[in-house]
Design a protein around this ligand. Structure first.
Ligand SMILES: O=P(O)(O)OC[C@H]1O[C@H](OP(=O)(O)OP(=O)(O)O)[C@H](O)[C@@H]1O
Ligand SMILES: O=c1cc[nH]c(=O)[nH]1
Ligand SMILES: [Mg+2]
Length: 218
């Protein structure tokens, strides 16, 4: 795993630690409204941290009393996410990058213990990605297969100039796979966990993010 393009919010004590702790806590995470809202709050913090690395330029603003100069984003990024579980994290990012265009990917893991994980990708609706700053948000970076498959599909809609991948919780194996497949990406995490289990779930992790946010899939 390469550390130079990796940023982990909970390595520094901040409110991010509280949001991740509540997401994981079995006594809190059953409150689905709070679970979604904590993913959204983490998305807001990740968006703020990413914004510090984006291009800004000085612009003049007119107040009712005078003119003043300030640094503003040169362009909004494109925000992309993977349905379902990505929605609350994405919404937090959209709260801050409030004029961003969006790309949606429908994908889910077909989980069979001890065998190679399959990702079904059945839907992709994208804005033009050519030369854009792309932020791809998905709360759980487990094996990294969903993110890489989504990104490869998105490349049909243009090659971004810059790629940021944002997740609430990741495994070291998943981050290494994403870095190998998308070496140009900067990876932003709420937390880095220990490992994957035999069902490719993150340990300690938080369980199934999509089910906790939206209910069990049948
Ligand atoms: O890194 P990976 O091993 O690919 O796993 C991560 C994926 O798993 C979850 O989605 P899931 O397949 O559970 O679909 P859901 O959002 O419908 O719950 C999660 O939101 C990621 O998209
Ligand atoms: O730990 C995991 C892995 C994939 N998807 C989840 O929601 N949790
Ligand atoms: Mg799920």
């Amino acid at each position: 795993m390469e550390r130079s393009n990796l940023r982990i919010l909970t390595e520094t004590p901040s409110l991010a630690n509280h949001f991740v702790a509540e997401l994981r806590n079995i006594h809190v995470q059953h409150d689905s409204l709070r679970f979604r809202r904590n993913l959204e709050r983490l998305g807001e913090l990740l968006a703020y941290e990413i914004s510090k690395t984006l291009p800004f330029a000085e612009q003049t603003i007119t107040t009712p009393l005078a003119e003043t100069n300030t640094m503003l984003l040169v362009e909004q990024p494109v925000l992309a996410t993977i349905l379902r579980a990505g929605l609350p994290l994405y919404q937090g990012m959209l709260n801050y990058f409030d004029k961003a265009y969006s790309t949606f990917v429908g994908a889910y893991r077909v989980e069979e213990a001890h065998t190679e994980l399959q990702i079904n990708m059945e839907y992709l609706a994208s804005t033009d990605l050519h030369d854009k700053i792309l932020i791809l948000a998905d709360p759980m970076l487990a094996t990294g297969r969903s993110l890489v498959k989504a990104y490869q599909g998105m490349l049909r809609h243009g090659k971004p100039m810059q790629v940021h991948i944002a997740a609430a919780i990741a495994s070291p194996e998943g981050v290494a796979y994403v870095q190998e497949q998308i070496p140009e990406a900067i990876v932003w995490l709420g937390a880095m966990d220990e490992r994957l289990n035999e069902n490719f779930y993150i340990i300690p992790g938080l369980g199934d993010a999509g089910d906790l946010a939206f209910g069990p899939k049948i």
